[in-house]
Design a protein around this ligand. Sequence first.
Ligand SMILES: [Zn+2]
Length: 398
Amino acid sequence: MRDAGPVPLPAPVQDTLCAQDTLRAQDSLGDRALRLHDRTLVVEGHVDTPTLMLDEDYPVARRHTDRRAHLDLPRMEEGGLDAAFFSIYVAPYYGNGARAVGRARAMIDAVTRQVEATDEAELATTAGDVRRIARSGRAAILLGLEGGHALAASPDTLRALADAGIRYVTLTHVNTNRWADSSQDEPRHGGLTDLGREMVRTMNEEDVLVDLAHVSDATFFDALAVSTAPVIVSHSSCRHLTPTVRNVSDEQLRAVAENGGVVMINFFDAMVNPALDRTVFAAAHRQLEREAKGLRSLWSAVYDVKRARDLPGATLSDVLDHIDHAVEVAGVDHVALGSDFDGVFDLPQGLEDVTRLPWITYGLLKRGYTEAEITKILGGNTLRVLGAAGREGGEGSG
Ligand SMILES: [Zn+2]
């Protein structure tokens, strides 16, 4: 649809400069991209930094230069990222009960402690909060729960975690739980159970966004049929370009558009890399079968195949291709960013950490998007769905 000419990448030799300096030196569009990026409210749908904050006492207020982690508050500022959903991720091995709930609560506490101890960030629960906090020059931190098993199959637990600040729930992780099937596990329910439908309705009542990343296709459409509010897909890319079950199909893109929701594009190499075609995923699936492993181990099998075939890594341009495709199928009002920073082990060249986000703006300008369209993709669309679910009457507040 658009001119998809190649976007030049920052030269490796410039890697030691900050992303803004390399962009300013790029061409006249670089400067325009920086100015647009700076005045736009940029929102990320999914970052996994809280796991580091809880398990490794990772100080989020300090700048980390070793690139092992992708995000901290100083680098958020450098990358012009105003707000991010911090993922309260509960691994499947915590089970379906009290241990999983405890893990979620401990992670919420770890994030809250660090955010309250710094002047550079504040916890947000509404679109109005995000605007107010961003205007004050601080980072707005939103909370999303990843893994419906951490609700312990209890709508009351959902209500309690909503009160603790959770603003979206990813219905499953890689595990099918007691009320919803995952895309990377055996389907046990054929989608959502009656309890699963009750969970979705309770999320609507509690102004908690329904997140359909990770779920099976049947769960996806079951949830859309029940939800009265716009849904999100917090960190998935396009199956048409990189054919993994973790990405959304064109049919799903159209369904989210019809629902008024937003698909937030994941940057993970294995979800945006065009070199990973059907034959690669088929080979990975065959390997899992041979080794009697389930789809939960998908990425390690994909990377075995990738290494064996000596396939190239993804680049910034590939992420832009996924944004283009999603915009082409769902429309520009239904696409946003959900990098999965600190949740993935391999990011595209040119998008190595959060400081590289202005390059997305540059790439979109280069491809002919208008400033109004770019503003929607960078954060406007996410704020719209957050406002639609907001307890305080929408995005105009605050
Ligand atoms: Zn995830």
